[in-house]
Write a protein that binds this ligand. Structure first.
Ligand code: NI
Length: 388
C-alpha cells in the first residue's frame, strides 16, 4: 500500500520530475539540475548538504540514534537525443532529453529525503542520499563520487531504475549479476592499399577485417558458456573509393559479459584471433580494449531484505523475479566498496502509451510509478535503520 504521506506528496514529486524533464543536461554538465536539487534539499530541515563533485549532490541525514550508514543512489543526467514527444513539459534543450528516466529517479529520491528527514527521531544510523551525475557516459560519475569519499563508512548501498519493461506497481528483483559489464574494443587492421585491379600488389585489410568479424562471433558460440553473451562489432570503417583497396580498416565494438572470469580473459581471446588472422593475411594490427562499467552484482542478503520490504509493502504480486539485463550501469562502482542492491521499478503502462524503450526519442514515463518508488525507498530505510 502507498501511504497517505507519499500520496499527499505525489503532486509535488511529479512536478519536480516535470521541471527536471524540461531542462535535461548531459553527463558531467548537470549544473542547473544540481542547482535545482540544492535549492530543494536546503529547504528540508535536518539534512546536511555536501558537494563532493563538480555536479551531483550528497544529502546526509543523521538519525537520532547511533547505527550503521546506508546510501541511496539516484542518477540525474540526460542523453544526447532530440525529444520527439508532445509533452507540455518536453525538453527545452535541442538535442538533449531525459530519455532514460533519471529525472524521475532524482524526483523520487528528493521526495524520500523530505519524508525521511521528518523521521530523524526514529532512525538508527545515517542515510546518505547520493544524487549522482554522469551515469550515461563512461568513466561515469559513480567512480568520481567514490573517489571523493562518499562511500566512507557506508555499509549498504541501494539503487533503483525505472523500467518500461515491467508494469507499473511491480519491482524487478534479482540476486547476483543484474547488469552486464560493458567494455569497448578498437581494432585497426593495417594492410597495404592499392588499385583494385592489382590485388596481388596489396594486402587487403577489408577481406582480413571481414574474417576477423566472423571469427569474433565464434567467441560467442564456441568460446564462452552458451548463456554468456560477449562480442558485437558495431562500427566498420575503411576505404574511400570504389576501385581502391584501402590501407587500413578499423573495427570498433562492445563486449558484454556477466561473468568476471569471462570479462578478464576476453581481451586476450580476442587479440589471439586478430593476431592469427592478420598473420595469415600478411597484415598487421593494433588492438585496444577499454574497460567500461562492471556488472551490477546484487548481494544475496540485501536482495532478500529488499524483496521482503516490497512484499510486505505492496503484496507478493509486486515482486517479479527477473533475468539479467544487458545494459550497463555504473552503480557497480559503489558496490566495489560494500554490498549493494539495485532494483528495477516497473513503469510500463499500455493504457497510457508508456511502452517505449529507454534511450528512445519517444520514451514516456508512467508517472504513476513514482509513488511506488518513493514508498519503497522510505520503507527500505525504515526497515534497515529502524533499530540498532
Ligand atoms: Ni538509465
Amino acid at each position: 500500500m502507498i501511504s497517505k504521506q507519499v500520496l499527499d506528496l505525489e503532486p509535488q514529486f511529479i512536478a519536480w520530475r516535470r521541471e527536471l524533464h524540461a531542462v535535461p543536461e548531459l553527463s558531467f554538465q548537470e549544473v542547473q539540475t544540481t542547482e535545482f536539487l540544492l535549492k530543494h534539499l536546503r529547504s528540508i530541515p535536518g539534512l546536511t548538504i555536501e558537494q563532493p563533485t563538480k555536479t551531483g549532490v550528497v544529502a546526509v541525514l543523521r538519525g537520532a540514534h547511533p547505527g550503521r550508514t546506508i546510501a541511496l543512489r539516484a542518477d540525474i543526467d540526460a542523453l544526447p537525443i532530440q525529444e520527439e514527444t508532445d509533452l507540455p513539459f518536453a525538453s527545452k534543450t535541442p538535442g538533449v532529453m531525459h530519455a532514460c528516466g533519471h529525472d524521475g529517479h532524482a524526483a523520487m529520491q528528493l521526495a524520500a529525503a523530505q519524508i525521511l528527514a521528518g523521521e530523524r527521531e526514529q532512525l538508527h544510523g545515517e542515510v546518505r542520499f547520493l544524487f549522482q551525475h554522469a551515469e550515461e557516459l563512461p568513466p561515469g560519475g559513480a567512480v568520481e563520487m567514490v573517489k571523493a569519499g562518499v562511500m566512507e563508512g557506508v555499509s549498504e548501498v541501494y539503487g533503483m531504475h525505472l523500467s518500461s519493461n515491467f508494469p507499473t506497481g511491480t519491482f524487478g528483483v534479482r540476486a547476483g549479476a543484474l547488469t552486464s559489464a560493458t567494455d569497448r574494443f578498437d581494432i585497426e587492421v593495417i594492410g597495404k592499399g592499392g588499385h583494385s585491379a592489382f590485388p596481388e600488389t596489396c594486402v587487403d585489410p577489408v577481406v582480413t577485417a571481414a574474417q576477423i568479424i566472423t571469427a569474433l562471433q565464434t567467441i560467442v558460440s564456441r568460446r564462452v558458456r552458451a548463456v554468456e553473451p560477449a562480442v558485437a562489432v558495431c562500427m566498420v570503417q575503411g576505404g574511400q573509393a570504389y576501385n581502391i583497396i584501402p590501407g587500413e580498416v578499423t573495427l570498433t565494438g562492445s563486449t558484454r559479459t556477466f561473468d568476471r572470469e569471462t570479462r578478464r580473459t576476453l581481451p586476450q581471446t580476442m587479440e589471439n584471433i586478430v593476431r592469427g588472422i592478420c598473420e595469415a593475411a600478411g597484415a598487421s594490427y593494433t588492438f585496444r580494449f577499454s574497460q567500461g562499467y562492471a556488472s551490477v552484482i546484487n548481494d544475496a542478503a540485501l536482495t532478500q531484505a529488499a524483496r521482503q520490504t516490497i512484499q510486505t509493502t505492496f503484496g507478493e504480486q509486486a515482486v517479479l523475479e527477473i533475468e539479467p539485463l544487458m545494459p550497463g550501469e555504473d552503480f557497480s562502482a559503489f558496490q566495489e566498496n560494500c554490498p549493494g542492491f539495485f532494483v528495477e521499478l516497473g513503469a510500463r503502462n499500455e493504457a497510457n502509451g508508456c511502452t517505449f524503450p529507454h534511450h528512445n526519442s519517444r520514451y514516456l514515463m508512467d508517472e504513476a510509478a513514482l509513488k511506488y518508488g518513493v514508498e519503497y525507498l522510505c520503507q527500505l530505510v525504515r526497515s534497515r535503520l529502524g533499530e540498532a
